[in-house]
Design a protein around this ligand. Structure first.
Ligand code: GLU
Length: 386
């Protein structure tokens, strides 16, 4: 049996007995979900998706759509326009709180409902065009065509008076313009897109790998946009328990009311998890437990010391009239600093130095410029191969 799948099955077995929490019941479609469902999936940099449990179960994406629609708004409208419309501060309040910044009326962040509705308003077009663009980007993140569950959408729309009220409040502050109903309907539709844990893992993976879908290999958003979205997930993704989540789990995440959860381990993997029973904050009890376990077992806490500070591979070879320095592995700031200190002894000002970084798996721009600027060689005597 696959050793990784074996590890995942162990986590599943450990988490399965948890029966705390209650299923969301504000619409009949969510209330009738089987509360015992449990599944999760991970995807690594080479695009292998591994899943366990009820991994074929489909459920609506709900609030997990918010960071991905934020990515679309950032792509279409740019960071400054988005920041004028919505803040990036954790609200410390429940997801549907009616709380807007005092004078400006700006919602606290794009991951509470008010901020998500404002973000959706930034996507151009009428309800249909907006919905089309949103379903397209969610599909690009997932690597397959996703669909809307029409009956969930109808129920969301029939019961969504509070979200409609938030929309009108935002309109009264001129935070959103256009027809409020069109915007709110597009928001209800984005919440009603059907996914599985495998889809969620690939969506999270696309953020983890800098905007490139690890399965399809397609770039969905720029590295900067992926970083912006993941930053906001880190501070605001888990409703009013985001601070405790960062402490205990340390992975940027976003949960939804149907019991789904995505978590991002930058450069390492994406996770999607699902189980319908929710805690008092609206986060799935067992999906959160799964991600907490994975973070612990795989040493993935964001603020933990990671391998980028390990010794870089350096070989120094003296050749006629100069020195060739071959670098390997992954080179970030700390690695570049180490390379410099090794080279200080090997390189004299009067020799030609060739730095061969072609085998470096990932050369961080900060490392490349540090090496160029600080190698004690006059520029004419330096050849930098990358
Ligand atoms: N459709 C839900 C709402 O906007 C989504 C909430 C959630 O997943 O937290 O009320």
């Amino acid at each position: 049996m696959d050793p990784i799948l074996e590890m995942l099955d162990d986590v599943l077995a450990d988490v399965a007995p948890l029966t705390d929490g209650a299923i969301a019941d504000y619409i009949p479609e969510l209330a009738s979900a089987d509360p015992d469902q449990l599944a999760f999936a991970v995807v690594g940099p080479r695009g292998r998706v591994i899943s366990t449990g009820d991994d074929r179960a489909e459920f609506t994406i709900q609030s997990i759509s918010k960071p991905f629609v934020l990515a679309l708004a950032l792509r279409e409208r740019g960071r400054e326009t988005v920041l004028r419309t919505v803040g990036v501060e954790p609200s410390g309040e429940p997801f549907n709180a009616i709380s807007l910044e005092d004078v400006t009326g700006r919602p606290a962040n794009p991951l509470v409902n008010a901020g998500a509705i404002a973000t959706t308003s930034l996507i151009e077009g009428d309800t249909e065009e907006r919905t089309g663009a949103i379903v397209d980007i969610l599909s690009a993140f997932a690597g397959r065509s996703l669909w809307i569950d029409e009956s969930v959408y109808r129920s969301e729309s029939e019961t969504g008076h509070r979200n409609r009220a938030l929309g009108h409040l935002l309109r009264s502050y001129d935070i959103i313009d256009g027809v409020v109903d069109d915007i709110v309907e597009a928001y209800f539709r984005q919440c009603s897109v059907l996914v599985t844990v495998r889809d969620l893992a690939v969506m999270a993976g696309t953020l983890a790998f800098g905007g490139v879908n690890p399965v399809t290999g397609h770039r969905v958003v720029s590295e900067r946009i992926a970083r912006d979205v993941v930053s906001i997930m880190a501070s605001c993704g888990m409703y009013d328990s985001s601070g405790e989540w960062l402490l205990r789990v340390g992975l940027p995440a976003k949960s939804g009311v149907s019991g789904g959860l995505v978590a991002v381990a930058p450069s390492q993997f994406g996770v999607g998890a699902f189980s319908p029973r929710l805690d008092d904050h609206g986060n799935s009890v067992r999906a959160a437990a799964v991600v907490e376990r994975l973070s612990e077992d795989f040493g993935m806490h964001l603020l933990e010391i990671h391998e980028t500070i390990s010794e870089p591979a350096i070989s120094v070879e003296r050749v006629d009239g100069g020195v060739t320095v071959r670098l390997g592995g992954e080179l970030g700031f700390a690695g570049a600093e180490r390379v410099l200190s090794v080279l200080k002894d090997a390189v004299r000002a009067d020799v030609h130095v060739t730095v061969d970084a072609r085998d470096v798996a990932r050369l961080h721009p900060a490392a490349a410029s540090l090496l160029r600027a600080r190698l004690d060689v006059d520029p004419g005597s330096l050849t930098f191969l990358e």
